[in-house]
Design a protein around this ligand. Sequence first.
Ligand SMILES: Nc1ncnc2c1ncn2[C@@H]1O[C@H](COP(=O)(O)OP(=O)(O)OP(=O)(O)O)[C@@H](O)[C@H]1O
Length: 469
Amino acid sequence: MGERAGQVDMARIDEPYEAMPSSPRASETGHATPVLGPCFFLEVTAGSNAGVNVAIDDGSAPMFAGTSATCELRVADAAVARRHLRFEVSNGRLRLCELGSASGTFVNDVRAAEALLEGGETIRIGETSIAVRHAICELASRGPAASFGAFVGTSVTIRRLYPACAKLAASRAPLIIEGEPGTGKESLAKAIHHAGERAFGPFVVVDCTALPPTQLALALFGRDSRGTEETAAVEGAFEQARGGTLFIDEVGELDLGLQARLLQGLQRSEIRRIGSNAWRTVDVRIIVSTRRDLDTEVSESRFLDGLFTVLAGARLSLPPLRERSEDIELLARHFWAIHTRWRAQPFPENLLGRWKAYGWPGNVRELSSTLARLATFGEISAKEAREVFARRSTPPEAHDTLDELIAASESFADARARIIAEFERRYIGFLDAHHVGERARVSASGLSDRYLRVLRGRARDAVRRSPVC
Ligand SMILES: Nc1ncnc2c1ncn2[C@@H]1O[C@H](COP(=O)(O)OP(=O)(O)OP(=O)(O)O)[C@@H](O)[C@H]1O
């Protein structure tokens, strides 16, 4: 998939989608015959929501209990956290995980942060009691799908997402995709966009960590002409994405002022360009991603509750690659085919064992670049790998670095992301080496201290050892 420049080069717009030949839609790959399996019912038996009940089975996405409107089991209880508990069915048992709350969670009156339940237990959170019942029933989904559009993954956790993705593709509901960097949030957003009726519209990306706050407003909302060439009218991403999807990457980095403006736009389906009082109707589907825990951001007043509620029409969470090693081989073969341009180049089977054991801190992005390097340079020794790829403390000639980064990238967007990441890492290194104290660095760089912290976090993420050999 390529990219074309919009009027605002701060937002990215993808070309119309070309489906991959081996990419069935999840909705096309499910079993026709019902599959029976373990299923759990959770029923509130005491508290102000007594009588409410929900079901969860082995084919369901994880389910949440708490006071937030986005929880499947929602309770009105002052002693319960917004997202208090997470449930999922694993190996025939119901796994419960407390997500952090002062009041705690009690299973059969014993405090528990994590528990594997079999049915028959009573969970207490705050003043609310929940009975757990076990049954055998028809499972929601047991499809053998290996991908959802171009989004590849066959592990149980990923396949569980596909039915929800198919439903989300058919709707206009806003969506939050959560996950560590490189887990595939943008790829999944794109796959959902391409599987729905907006597929023929644009997919526009605004990365909230790639721009200083002042430019983000311009990138999102555009600007009216102020009469000079330098201040010509600019169409923002909201307008560029008309009829399609606007993907806001790292929405948690938006400052509160922009969050309020975004909320207003979403509630009214109208936006105002910077410097204009005229409202313009917008027709976009919004998907946002975040590596931050937005529940925590809301409870610590860094993210607007109202915006969170509007965005969290649905939430999907992508686990890190280290928690779904079943996906590594499939993804590795997928990237190998792409990076070798489908040439009949033998897949490096001998490295699979090492890859499965490796922790992949950079997640799927790191796996993809590892395969790209191997496809370009072949297998190399650890020493060579360090010399070629880990030349990160001594800046090599600029064109060498760019060539390497480009060669290791799958697409223009990927290449640009890598180059920006490398630039940011070096810029932070330079700033830290030449200016003592955060105030001096803020003043020298012209960046806000908040944005500097974002860049520093990204720079830390970028310094990782390559498992190419
Ligand atoms: N499941 C997947 N199937 C195919 N490609 C994937 C998948 N997950 C990630 N990728 C590839 O890995 C790279 C990083 O993915 P992506 O940009 O979607 O991650 P992200 O979570 O949005 O990252 P960030 O948080 O840094 O923005 C891209 O090249 C993408 O094509």
